[in-house]
Design a protein around this ligand. Structure first.
Ligand code: SME
Length: 156
């Protein structure tokens, strides 16, 4: 069992390449989804120091706050609302370069400037989303989408 992460500094791609096998190791053999979400949120926070990194899970028809790292956040997001609710509705990764320009963005914290939301799709249904906020404008790109989607596939 991996107890410590090795944090590689460098370009984004390199950092994800170093992180991915470590996350695979962390999750291997652990069937509990919440435990795995908690470690993924912690690992991403440790490596990238994002402003907010966490999950919302679909429960009784609403997205409910799940393991995260960062400041306290909104607990419930409805279908189609905000970036998370839109990623749920459209079942696709959404990158928002400037949250102030996203209609209906839910501002849990004014320090958040850009955002990426990746849905976890199981048996054709969105069961959760990974939401990451940066306090920099235009932080996220296709590299983040590619690796975060791979990381989300590792969570049962
Ligand atoms: N900004 C999100 C809400 C969640 S928080 O950022 C943690 C949204 O519009 O979906």
């Amino acid at each position: 069992m991996a107890e410590e992460l090795t944090v590689k500094k460098g370009g984004k791609e390199e950092m994800y390449e170093a992180l991915l096998p470590q996350i695979e190791g962390l999750l291997a053999g652990e069937p509990d989804t919440i435990a795995n979400m908690a470690n993924v949120a912690a690992a991403l926070k440790q490596v990238f120091d994002f402003f907010w990194t966490g999950f919302y899970v679909v429960k009784d028809g609403v997205l409910v706050l799940a393991p995260f790292q960062g400041p306290v956040a909104c607990t419930r997001i409805t279908y189609g609302k905000g970036v998370c609710g839109t990623a749920w509705k459209e079942a696709r990764t959404i990158i928002v370069p400037d949250v102030d320009k996203f209609p209906g963005h839910i501002a849990c914290n004014a320090a958040s400037r850009s955002e990426i939301v990746v849905p976890l799709v199981r048996a054709g249904k969105v069961v959760a989303v990974l939401d990451i906020d940066s306090n920099y404008l235009n932080y996220f790109d296709d590299t983040d989408a590619k690796y975060l989607e791979r990381i989300c596939l590792l969570i049962d």
